[in-house]
Design a protein around this ligand. Structure first.
Ligand SMILES: [Zn+2]
Length: 331
């Protein structure tokens, strides 16, 4: 493997909207009213309420019971160094809290200041957000004592019953960036399209790949070759964007594969400019489009698509090439 000198983080976020149903919806609606609901299950009261008896799977009647708001710590563990995944950014305890009237404990953060302030049997009460939306995080944390408190101005309960919940699932990747990629991105600022030629097999690779995958040979600047800025579309896809939250594309757009002139090199998933999607076709002649001088470029480590100051391809104005074999070229 090439010596890796830096990493980049890439985060993908998936926004979901989910319906809550009659039981979780009632629980979330009550949170906006600074009330905590459980549901009767046999002789017990489950908190948070569930639609089904966890022991038998039988559907539970919607017999809600208000519990708490104070409760008793059953057990706890201290989190001395919270990460961004944690509910608080200062040291806190995760505790099983049995709210008054409940028969099952609720796992929640207790903002106690120090582990010395925590103990089994400690009485705690919720600290509510001032602006509540019907989400479990309407409870900021629990705090020692019997009295709930509100953080900031109390904006009051939700005007309508809470039936839906927005949820962002995200995953962060930490990708190694080979030195060859930094070299290629750096050269792109001078509008140079750099490939690496393997001295063993003679193949040329574009996109800053750090090694020849055939020969496991690590590329350095001495293997660099300047690639042409013109080529031919060999394959393409037109994407019709779905309007999920956070989507910035509104119109159908294309990604194309470009076979570079005079080289056995195909660049995959390239953006296009000045090329209506209905005109995207195999054989269309294209030329590189670069970020204007002085503008910021993406230094990220993604290996697909355009990179650095190369931002895509536009028609070169030459006649299209009629060659069916082009569709065989995706690599
Ligand atoms: Zn090779």
């Amino acid at each position: 493997m090439p010596h890796v000198v830096r990493f980049v983080e890439n985060t993908i976020t998936f926004p979901y909207t989910r319906s809550l149903g009659p039981v979780t919806g009632a629980f979330m609606t009550a949170l906006t009213e600074k009330r905590i609901l459980g549901i009767r299950c046999g002789d017990g009261v489950l908190v948070p309420p569930m639609e089904w008896d966890p022991a038998t799977g039988a559907e539970l009647a919607h017999d809600f019971v208000e519990v708490g708001p104070a409760g008793t710590v059953q057990s706890w563990t201290w989190v001395p160094e919270p990460t961004e995944q944690h509910p608080l950014d200062t040291p806190f305890a995760f505790a099983f809290i049995t709210l008054d009237g409940a028969s099952t404990p609720l796992l929640y953060a207790v903002d106690a200041g120090s582990p010395e302030a925590m103990s089994e049997g400690l009485r705690v009460a919720p600290r509510w957000k001032g602006e509540r939306v019907g989400h479990i995080t309407d409870i900021v944390s629990f705090i020692p004592g019997e009295e709930p408190e509100v953080q900031g101005d109390d904006a009051g309960p939700a005007a309508e019953p809470v039936t839906m919940m927005d949820y962002l699932a995200s995953i962060t990747y930490k990708n190694p960036v080979p030195p060859a990629f930094d070299f290629v991105v750096g050269a792109s600022k001078d509008h140079r399209l750099i490939g690496f030629e393997c001295p063993v097999c003679g193949r040329v690779y574009a996109g800053g790949r750090g090694v020849c995958p055939i020969d496991s040979l690590e590329f350095t600047e001495e293997h660099a070759v300047d690639l042409p800025h013109t080529g031919t579309i060999t394959n393409h896809v037109v994407i019709t964007p779905v309007q999920y939250p956070g989507q910035t594309e509104t119109e159908p757009f294309a990604r194309v594969f470009v076979l570079l002139d005079g080289f056995d090199v195909v660049l995959g998933y390239q953006p296009t400019f000045n090329l209506p999607v209905e005109d995207v076709a195999v054989g269309v002649r294209v030329k590189a489009v670069w970020t204007p001088a002085g503008e910021d470029i993406d230094e990220g480590g993604t290996m697909g698509g355009a990179f650095g100051a190369l931002i895509g391809w536009e028609p070169s104005g030459e006649p299209a090439i009629d060659d069916l074999d082009l569709t065989d070229r995706i690599f």
